[in-house]
Design a protein around this ligand. Structure first.
Ligand code: ARG
Length: 292
């Protein structure tokens, strides 16, 4: 069946929701991968024996940057420090809500110096920086979905950090346990679709098999209308995406997810970050949302 045009679309719920979708300007922090390489292995995607092409990484990254700017979003930059190749994945640099930046404390020693580097950046920009007391990898494992925070654990962030975040931001925090090492951060298994909505109706997309039974049950209960993506789309990090409420920037290869988004009235925009995928990251990993 071909995709119906807007005029042909029947007057059903999908149509009503599609009409309601609006984009809002977002504020992001990115890091140009000037020193990108895969020098160590801290997730199954990484293989230091596979050569990387830094200039291709920069070109692909630039496309993502240009896409955001073209959509009207503001993108700020942090300089990549030589010797910290994973700094390009700014999503791990902290978790920022209401002008408060909860700092990151990395699991693996290779990335630990990134924590203070990001905190310095936040401080210089006037954010109130909170030094974390527990291991956590920022927006890699903390996702703001409407009024509540979904928090991942299992591979990186400690559950104690979930408690810390609940107290700091005074919001409901739902802990979710990841079980597949390929989906080691929450943002590789869940995509936030409605960043503007500030209540519990904000929707998500997720990969059910990435979670343990209890977490899957929680997700089913909290998000009955969620988009469930295929293993195929999950395995190209299709869920590692960024939405402004209408436009959803996703991995170009996630064609099934692209179709699902279109059916729900979103406007998927595919980008190719194959080089950055060698480090185990995609669109969302390269993007930290700054909420003033
Ligand atoms: N190589 C990085 C790591 O394993 C990739 C981080 C991806 N970031 C993300 N937000 N999922 O830590």
């Amino acid at each position: 069946m071909s995709t119906p045009t807007l005029e042909e679309t029947p007057q059903n719920d999908t149509h009503a929701a599609a009409e309601a979708r609006t984009a809002s300007p977002r504020h992001y922090l990115m890091c140009r991968p000037d020193h990108f390489t895969v020098a160590y292995r801290i997730n199954p995607w990484m293989d230091p024996a596979v050569p990387t092409d830094t200039s291709l990484a920069v070109r692909q990254w630039q496309t993502l940057y240009d896409t955001y700017v073209g959509l009207g979003h503001t993108v700020e930059l942090i300089d990549q420090i030589e010797g910290l190749p994973d700094m390009v994945y700014t999503a791990n640099g902290g978790f920022v809500i209401d002008g408060i930046a909860y700092g990151a404390s990395f699991t693996h020693e290779q990335r630990q110096p990134e924590g203070p580097a990001f905190m310095r950046w936040f401080e210089q920009r006037g954010y109130r920086v909170v030094d974390p007391q527990n291991v956590n990898e920022g927006e890699g494992d903390f996702l703001l979905v409407g009024s509540r925070i979904l928090a991942g654990t299992g591979f990186r962030s400690a559950t104690r950090s979930h408690e810390e975040v609940a107290e700091l931001f005074g919001r409901e925090v739902v802990s979710l346990t990841l079980v597949n090492p390929n989906f080691y951060h929450l943002d590789t298994a869940i995509s936030v679709l409605d960043p503007l909505t500030d209540d519990v109706t904000a929707n998500i997309a997720y990969l059910p098999s990435a979670f343990d039974d209890a977490s899957r049950a929680k997700l089913e209960q909290l998000y009955p209308d969620a988009i469930l993506v295929s293993e195929e789309d999950g395995s190209v990090l299709g869920l590692n995406s960024i939405s402004d409420g209408l436009n959803v920037v996703i991995a170009r290869r996630a064609t099934g997810f692209e179709k699902q988004l279109r059916e729900r009235g979103y406007n998927p925009i595919g980008v190719d970050l194959s080089e950055l995928l060698l480090g185990g990251g995609g669109v969302k990993c390269c993007t930290l949302e700054l909420r003033a």
